[in-house]
Design a protein around this ligand. Structure first.
Ligand code: FES
Ligand SMILES: [Fe+2]
Length: 429
């Protein structure tokens, strides 16, 4: 349980807020590179700021304020130029640093371009990596964009899924340190929804949470296993401040504002050995719907089940009304670390997990169960039987709404057709 004041402290992310300032000290994925192949300019709202994200004709990306400095026209209707974007109202042009680089009529009247040189919009650095566009909205000097090893695993097919979730980012991230939800949200509730009234799935018996270089390690085992299971020995990596690493996928929860969150999943699957070598020319990005055609929340896939848990807690979870128990020690550890981070930033220090050493930022290996299998792959028959990789050959069970073109590209990469599966027969680990 938190006081109302502390709940506000952790959940308010707009400009000038303590938590917003803390989270801005990290690079965040905000879009997919492939999204800009057909539409080079789009609006995006991050940390309560309205911005435009664009790909200039020279191929560089920019993230700048959405309103033109002249008379506030919306740059989303602008023109993409060689080295920036131009407002379509009177032609003022801006580069990726927000600097105004052309004011057609003003420069005709005053060739010294004094007004143009003094005109600048707020702008934030962006980088492309692993098929995603990453933004940094904090103070300079910016830290390094993490070079996670899994981004470079060869012979893999990656895809990016983005959904906008109408609730605060923190309740989405608290899900990462809450392993007991797996058996209920993804197994038992799914089983009952499917009309199976047989015994519930194995109970969680023990939980552990440990400090790690880039976040926390969450450990657990369930009935039928013990401390020798990789889920206890290796555990799962919670990435600071808003990520999670499962080996076959990363997740990030990026604040749009206090009541909305971008949920970004980057999933990578090694092709069967028979299909090597495989080089992915393009990492597709797709947007996962959270409601179906009838307006009902989708619950058929793992991520969608998590989403309904998060939005079910309210737009901003009221932590003055919780009843925390032994299953919530990860939640408590996560909040404690954020309070420590807020103190660190107030004292002029970096918060947890910020990377500034280029020598450390090379293919950073994270704790990962079945790392060898995920990284180096398996023959098709062994992959089909593998408890973690096998289900991916049958269905994209992570999230609903995968476009046919992405499924077909995946099937071509794998060399086999996905036949589908009943999710409740599969125990997400
Ligand atoms: S409002 Fe943008 S150029 Fe005038
Ligand atoms: Fe979950």
């Amino acid at each position: 349980m938190l006081t109302e004041e502390k709940n506000r402290l952790l959940t308010e992310v707009g400009p000038g807020t303590a938590m917003g300032n803390l989270l801005r000290r990290y690079w965040h994925p905000v879009a997919g590179v492939s999204e800009f192949e057909t539409n080079a300019l789009r609006p995006i709202r991050l940390f309560g700021e309205d911005l435009v994200l664009f790909k200039a004709r020279n191929g560089t990306f920019g993230l700048i304020a959405r309103r033109c400095a002249h008379r506030n026209s919306d740059l989303v209707f602008g023109i993409v130029e060689e080295n920036g974007i131009r407002c379509s109202y009177h032609g003022w042009q801006y580069d990726g640093t927000g600097q105004c680089t052309h004011q057609p009529f003003e420069e005709t009247v005053d060739p010294s371009a004094a007004l143009r040189k003094a005109t600048r919009l707020s702008a934030y650095p962006v980088q492309a990596k692993a098929g995603m566009i990453w933004a940094y909205m904090g103070p300079q000097p910016a830290p390094l964009l993490p070079d996670w090893e899994a981004f470079g695993w060869p012979n893999c097919f990656a895809q990016i899924v983005i959904s906008e979730i109408p609730c605060n980012w923190l309740q989405c991230q608290e899900n990462t340190v809450d392993p007991v939800h797996f058996e209920w949200m993804h197994n038992n509730a799914e089983q009952r929804r499917a009309g199976d009234f047989g015994p519930y799935s194995p109970r969680t018996l023990r939980l552990g949470i440990d400090e790690a270089e880039f976040g926390l390690i969450s450990r657990r085992y369930r009935e039928g296993t013990d401390e020798t299971t990789p889920l206890w020995k290796t555990g799962r990596a919670i990435l600071w401040p808003n990520g999670w690493f499962f080996g076959h996928h990363f997740e990030w929860k990026v604040p749009v504002d206090d009541r909305n969150t971008l949920f970004i999943t980057w999933c990578t699957i090694h092709v069967p050995a028979e299909n090597e070598p495989f080089v992915q020319e393009r990492i597709p990005t797709w947007h996962g719907p959270v409601k179906d055609a009838a307006g009902e929340w989708i619950t058929s896939h793992v991520n969608n089940q998590d989403i309904v848990a998060w939005i079910g807690q309210g737009a901003i979870a009221d932590r003055t009304r919780e009843t925390l128990g032994a299953s919530d020690r990860g939640v408590a550890a996560l909040r404690r670390q954020f309070f420590n981070d807020l103190d660190a930033v107030a004292a002029g220090q970096d918060p947890k997990g910020v990377i500034r050493d280029p020598a450390r930022n090379v293919h950073i290996q994270l704790p990962c169960i079945a790392r060898e299998d995920l990284m180096t792959g398996l023959p098709r028959a062994a992959m089909a039987k593998h408890p973690i990789l096998g289900p991916f050959l049958r269905d994209f069970f992570l999230q609903a709404g995968q476009p046919d073109a992405v499924r077909q590209a995946f099937e071509r990469a794998m060399g086999s057709v996905q036949t589908g599966m009943a999710l409740h027969n599969f125990v997400p680990r």
